[in-house]
Design a protein around this ligand. Sequence first.
Ligand SMILES: Cc1cc2nc3c(=O)[nH]c(=O)nc-3n(C[C@H](O)[C@H](O)[C@H](O)COP(=O)(O)OP(=O)(O)OC[C@H]3O[C@@H](n4cnc5c(N)ncnc54)[C@H](O)[C@@H]3O)c2cc1C
Length: 267
Amino acid sequence: MTPARSFPDNAVRPVLVVGAGLAGLTAARVLLAAGVPVRVLEARDRVGGRTWAVPALSDGGEDSLLDLGATWGWDHHPHLRQLLGELGIRPFVQPSAGATAYQTPQGVHRLPHPSGSTGYLRFAGGAAVLCRTLAGQLPAHSLELNTRVTQLRRLPNGQGIEVQAEQGESPRTYAAAAAVLALPPRLVAHRVAFDPVLSAELLQTLREVPTWMSHAMKCVVVALVKSLVQRLNERLLGGRVNASYCATAGARKVHLVAPIDRELLCR
Ligand SMILES: Cc1cc2nc3c(=O)[nH]c(=O)nc-3n(C[C@H](O)[C@H](O)[C@H](O)COP(=O)(O)OP(=O)(O)OC[C@H]3O[C@@H](n4cnc5c(N)ncnc54)[C@H](O)[C@@H]3O)c2cc1C
């Protein structure tokens, strides 16, 4: 990270952070802490990127938010733990002891609980709570939603860069000391133009960097839930089913939803 004082000619120009996911908002936080003015541009109408939770029950409030993107952090990630501490977010440890059971027409099957599945951290309100909290700490007017960056142009004589964006139907131009692109490299390669153009080698690398979990999709099924979870609850687990049951089918994950018992979850 370069402190603001290294940009004397661009003292009033912010560093533009493109993308208000975890990476972009964390970068903005670090830059601001170093005294660098920052502006965050986000294409969607929300922050969070691939962390996103949706309400599963109409009357469930925050307790019914289910992750459609990232869900877990891990106990052995010191940077995450530190960030959570600084943001005042207290994760809870996903219960990992107990039975795993499922029912088919042939009967009830019980699985030995897999070993090594401890230390999974979850977040009340979903993992997107990190981004919401980070965004909430940005200075006023430094985050612009619905703003898709389309082009970065390097200005001559070290004057920084000019960034073109679309805000709805309207084109926008920003002057910046520098830009941080905090989006999947493939999106950079395919959706952002550069002047001067990037080298063929760099473009190729951007195209080839895999986007983690880009194969995955989650959806929420509510209608089935009550009867299924109630049956599980009554017949298999002695009344201990709590939150969502997450079934993996190929690359898809399906949350089967029941009202969350926060007390049970937090134990
Ligand atoms: C289904 C699923 C499950 C996952 N589960 C886990 C998990 O349990 N644990 C875990 O650690 N990780 C998990 N991940 C991965 C995790 O979500 C990502 O690694 C992480 O959220 C990436 O953050 P990011 O800020 O780098 O990118 P993103 O979250 O993708 O943020 C990029 C942002 O840039 C914006 N953007 C894109 N193009 C432009 C543009 N031209 N102009 C302006 N803005 C733009 C996007 O709208 C987005 O908000 C999962 C991912 C998925 C999809």
